[in-house]
Design a protein around this ligand. Structure first.
Ligand code: ADP
Ligand code: MG
Length: 356
């Protein structure tokens, strides 16, 4: 009887093994580094259930090109450039036929998500900051510190500006002066698109888009990925690491990602829409984990602007996401869903997790 059970278990084991080895049509690793959307990207496909790793990788790389073409503010044919060059309607006029700007469906989707993030973050996330970003040179790398009046004037257009989105007809009507930057959300959207490709082919893949990581599928025997969070004080090392389920994005925003120095001061690229200046945050970085990478991206930028206190409140109210906040006081604050956290740098301390 016991013998029979052992054989039975062994057989089950073999069946499972056979099943798992047949379930992948390709176990060859395929990887590519590309530079797109102002950042170095790395895509690695480990295995697939349909098609080959190489095929899935190529589809992903192609998608990166398509999305970049739509959202690159520096390419004259992109939808973002079309929006920024479009004259728009003076606020006291009703829109006429010429005021409609037709756009690709993907662009409409990102504008809708951006609008949701704008209202959902108490206006900390705002894609209409382009006139302000231009003053600081964050649009093209010609950095400089603008004078207060210039910032005030640029902010006035941001406040008044708006975009009306006509979702079904796929066009927008914008106010005169409105200029957008999708720098805080486009990579999140791209990550979601790449995850969709991976899911379609049953692929296990790791996508790294600068501060954004997409974990496609499950990894290893216990099916979790180990993810490291960059040490904001020493970007070549980690502050902590944690274990994370697949089919999720992990997005980090921090002042260290892009900045310039002038007169002994450092100016970074995350702008507080209330002041038009780099956010004077008590956070060093914000990491957001979730199934919706587009919103993870927008939220990571917004929570950095909000600062610790508001960010913790926000985290409590958004239990579809997990958050890791690193403060200037060297605390690492995590939500309860962040598991197996390991401190990688003794200079930081792990504080009690936030209940959601
Ligand atoms: P990264 O581009 O390094 O991944 P973020 O996702 O935090 O970082 O996005 C920062 C970019 O978003 C900036 O370079 C700028 O283009 C834009 N941006 C800056 N401040 C804001 C803001 N308050 N809301 C929305 N977008 C912003
Ligand atoms: Mg962002």
């Amino acid at each position: 009887m016991i013998m029979k059970r052992i054989i039975c278990i062994l057989m089950c084991g073999i069946i499972l093994l056979q099943f798992s080895s047949c379930s992948f049509s390709d176990n060859t690793e395929a990887t590519k580094n590309i530079t797109a959307m102002n950042t170095v990207m790395q895509i690695t496909v480990f295995n697939t259930e349909k098609g080959t790793s190489e095929e899935v990788l190529n589809l992903m790389v192609e998608r990166v090109g398509e999305i970049e073409k739509l959202f690159d503010a520096n390419s004259p044919d992109s939808d973002v450039s079309k929006i920024n060059q479009f004259p728009g309607t003076p606020s006291d006029e009703t829109a006429s036929e010429e005021d409609k700007l037709f756009l690709h469906e993907e662009t409409i989707d990102v504008l809708i998500a951006s609008n949701g993030a704008y209202y959902g973050t108490d206006f900390a996330f705002n894609i209409n900051l382009m006139p302000v970003l231009k003053l600081w040179g964050f649009d093209n790398g010609n950095y400089g510190v603008p004078d207060d009046d210039a910032v005030k004037n640029a902010l006035a257009t941001v406040d008044e500006s708006s975009i009306l989105i006509y979702e079904t007809e796929k066009y927008i009507v914008k106010s005169e002066g409105t200029q957008i930057s999708l720098g805080g959300i486009a990579k999140g959207y791209l990550g979601d698109e790449l995850l969709e490709i991976a899911e379609e082919y049953g692929a296990t893949a790791l996508v790294s888009l600068g501060g954004n990581i997409v974990l496609c599928g499950d990894k290893g025997d216990n099916k979790k990925w180990t993810v490291g969070v960059t040490n904001p004080d020493d970007t070549g090392s980690l502050a902590c690491s944690f274990r994370c389920n697949g089919n999720r994005s992990v997005v980090t925003s921090g002042a260290y990602e892009r900045y310039f120095e002038y007169g002994g001061k450092s100016y970074h690229h995350i702008i507080d829409p209330a002041t038009g200046f780099p956010a004077d945050s008590d956070l060093l970085s914000v990491t957001v984990v979730g199934e919706n990478g587009t919103m993870c991206d927008a939220y990571s930028t917004a929570l950095f602007v909000m600062g610790k206190e508001k960010a913790v409140e926000f985290a409590k109210e958004h239990n579809d996401y997990d958050f890791i906040l690193i403060t200037k006081d060297k605390e690492i604050i995590t939500t309860e869903g962040v598991t197996d956290v390991v401190l990688e740098d003794d200079g930081f301390s792990l504080v009690k997790s936030v209940q959601q």
